[in-house]
Write a protein that binds this ligand. Structure first.
Ligand code: SF4
Length: 136
């Protein structure tokens, strides 16, 4: 069975959705924080992220429960400024201190595809957007 993102790539909806999400950055409501800042002009909201993501780490990960990592582990991408701001964050050093590199959309996609090619399930990276539920 073909993945939904590959189907949407072939039928053109992936490009359409990407355009809609990019437009959302002008008055950002990508997550329930609804900061309404213009990330394309350099304004920053709760996530302190502009046009491009800041990634502190990406790697295979085996430190979660078995159903989440399976036999091959999960492909994990940590963004430097998590928007959830949990009081007892166990990943504070990599999720909140701003250490990381700015990555373009293409580089971020390459990270995901390289992890996928190694059969690691990706799930952490979508936390930020999935919270909104607007597009999924
Ligand atoms: S926290 Fe970030 S992604 Fe969420 S609405 Fe604010 S600027 Fe947008």
């Amino acid at each position: 069975m073909e993945s939904v993102y590959i189907q949407s790539y072939h039928n053109g909806t992936l490009k359409e959705i990407a355009g809609i999400l990019k437009d959302k950055l002008r008055c950002c409501t990508l997550c329930p924080r609804h900061c309404q800042v213009d990330r394309l002009s350099g304004e920053k909201g709760i996530c302190k992220t502009g046009e491009y993501a800041l990634v502190s780490n990406y790697s295979p990960h085996f430190g979660e429960e078995a159903p989440l990592v399976g036999r091959h582990g999960s492909g994990t991408i940590f963004f430097t400024h998590c928007n959830l701001l949990c009081n007892f964050c166990q990943n504070y050093d990599i999720s909140h201190q701003g250490y990381g590199n700015m990555v373009t959309d293409r580089i971020l996609a390459d990270m995901m595809l390289s992890l996928q090619a190694l059969r690691w399930v990706i799930w952490f990276w979508i936390r930020m957007v999935l919270q909104s539920g607007d597009y999924w």
